[in-house]
Design a protein around this ligand. Structure first.
Ligand code: BES
Ligand code: MN
Ligand code: ZN
Length: 485
């Protein structure tokens, strides 16, 4: 597939499919931009159409009209949805040459083109590596259509902006591919291999820590989780140096390739979705690789602790106490609160080794976050208000949204242990905040933000530009944040 910035008169360009987005409350704009023959045909129907309208004109061109909100209610999200609609139309009529004409509202042409491009690329993704019939495989295969993007007002759409959007959305789709793969095919070892190969292609330095080294170093919390699984655990570290200046930004991603809950085992219904418990690791890996592809002028280190969480003869048990890399001891109340255990060591390692200017972790950490925010925003907490605010802003700008939860010290009581320095789980209340409070014990005085992507990292039901499955949540947010520094 190619997505190009269109030039010249879009009505004169030859295409098999022409797509027009239009505002619900202002069909005049779209009518003005159409060839007269088509105006007659659609004028009466556009208003009544529920989502839009598609037909084959006499000259053999497909026309599609995608209906949007009222002009003043349109956001970049609306353009992502036009992009998705355009991708679906192109597939439905098997068009190879496609023209998309964007309406101009309150959004700048560049922002609109960026969102539209993202919508197209994200909507075309599908995970069908494992389908063997050729019918099922056809989506996403082959060269795909050439899509030219125009603005109603004939303002030139920036090709540069669209290229960047394309690279971001491609990285998001690559992360989705890592996460949609089932856990028997995406073990810590496989994840390490695939991410390392791609990172090296971009000149990103790769380090891998295996069990013996981790043992010597004292990653007791991480290895405690890993000991119930037959799959060897790994810690992958990517170092991208895009600036000669010193100083790092650190990313940490939860990489549980399957979360059975361990001895505190989860109910079996829906457990298959726990292959997505490595979405944090996939997101920080692809963010770092994307930063390298975009040659962002800063230094990023990503630390990804990877393991399964399984019940086994050697698995850790409720009541066990482990010594973390920080030296603090943790009483395991639930072996299903494993994410914070592996992050505790990874965060502590990253802080001590890199002394980062800021450290951000991404994790599918708590079911409570899905209850609180659903699929519309990830939860954020942190030790540095400026960092948290900057991330929230990047979330608004990228459409990869965040919502802040409080982290008052009063919550600490929930995790007081009788036998160790802290316990890994408390009562049912404030479940997401408990995760944040726990992690805070391991970051020293670093500028830190914790992002809980449990509700956003994968979808049970599709959205306009996301199929059921992984979404790559966090990547669009983090590049936007890094570009804004
Ligand atoms: N990976 C889960 C969190 C999760 C649940 C993500 C549902 C996505 C959807 C995490 O490891 C977990 O099991 N958390 C527990 C914590 C509890 C035992 C303190 C939870 O949320 O129930
Ligand atoms: Mn768990
Ligand atoms: Zn988990």
């Amino acid at each position: 597939m190619k997505i190009l910035s269109g030039e010249g008169d879009y009505n004169k360009v030859k295409a098999e499919l022409k797509i027009y987005g239009y505002f619900k409350d202002n069909i005049k704009i779209v009518l003005k931009s159409l060839p007269p023959g088509i105006v007659k045909h659609v004028e009466s129907q556009l208003k009544e159409a529920k989502n839009g309208l598609r037909f084959l004109s006499q000259d053999g061109t497909w026309y599609s009209f995608l209906k949007l909100e009222d002009k003043k209610r349109v956001t970049t999200e609306s353009y992502r949805r036009i992009g998705a609609g355009a991708a679906k139309d192109a597939e439905a009529v098997h068009a190879n040459r496609v023209v998309v004409v964007m309406p101009s509202g309150n959004i700048s042409t560049d922002d609109a083109a960026c969102a539209l491009t993202e919508g197209i690329v994200l909507a075309r993704y599908s995970y069908d590596d494992l389908k063997t019939s050729s019918d099922d495989k056809k989506a996403g295969k082959g060269p795909g259509p050439v899509i030219s993007v125009y603005s109603f007002d004939r303002k030139k759409v920036s090709g540069k902006v669209m290229d960047r959007a394309r690279m971001v959305a491609d990285a998001v789709n690559e992360a989705r591919g890592l996460a949609d793969a089932p856990s028997n095919l995406m073990t810590p070892t496989v994840f390490t291999k695939e991410v390392s190969a791609e990172a090296k292609k971009q000149g990103v330095r790769v380090k891998v820590l295996d069990r013996p080294v981790l043992q010597k170093m004292g990653w007791g919390a991480f290895l405690g989780v890993a000991q119930g699984s037959a799959e060897p655990p790994k810690v992958v570290i990517l170092e991208y140096k895009g600036s000669k200046k010193t100083g790092w930004y650190a990313l940490v991603g939860k990489g549980i390739t399957f979360d059975s809950g361990g001895i505190s085992i989860k109910p079996s219904s829906g457990m298959e979705d726990m292959k997505f418990d490595m979405c944090g690791a996939a997101a920080v890996a692809m963010t770092t690789i994307l930063a390298a592809r975009l040659r962002l002028p800063l230094n990023i280190v990503a630390v990804m602790p990877l393991t399964e969480n399984m019940p086994g003869g050697r698995a850790q048990k409720p009541g066990d106490v482990v010594k973390t890399l920080s030296g603090k001891t943790v009483e395991i109340i639930s072996t299903d609160a494993e994410g914070r255990m592996i992050l505790a060591d990874a965060l502590n390692y990253a802080v001590k080794t890199y002394r980062p200017k800021a450290i951000i972790d991404l994790a599918t950490l708590t079911g409570a976050c899905v209850v609180a925010l659903g699929t519309e925003a990830s939860g954020i907490m942190g030790s540095d208000d400026k960092l948290v605010k900057a991330l929230i802003k990047a979330g608004e700008e990228s459409g990869d949204r965040l919502w802040e939860l409080p982290m008052w010290d009063d919550y600490k009581d929930l995790l007081k242990s009788e036998v160790a320095d802290i316990k890994n789980a408390g009562s049912r209340w404030a479940g997401t905040i408990q995760g944040g409070i726990f992690l805070k014990e391991f970051i020293g005085d670093a500028n830190w933000a914790h992002i809980d992507i449990a509700g956003t990292a994968y979808l049970e039901k599709p959205k306009p530009y996301f199929k059921r499955g992984a979404t790559g949540a966090g990547i669009r947010l983090l590049v936007q944040f890094f570009e804004g520094l």
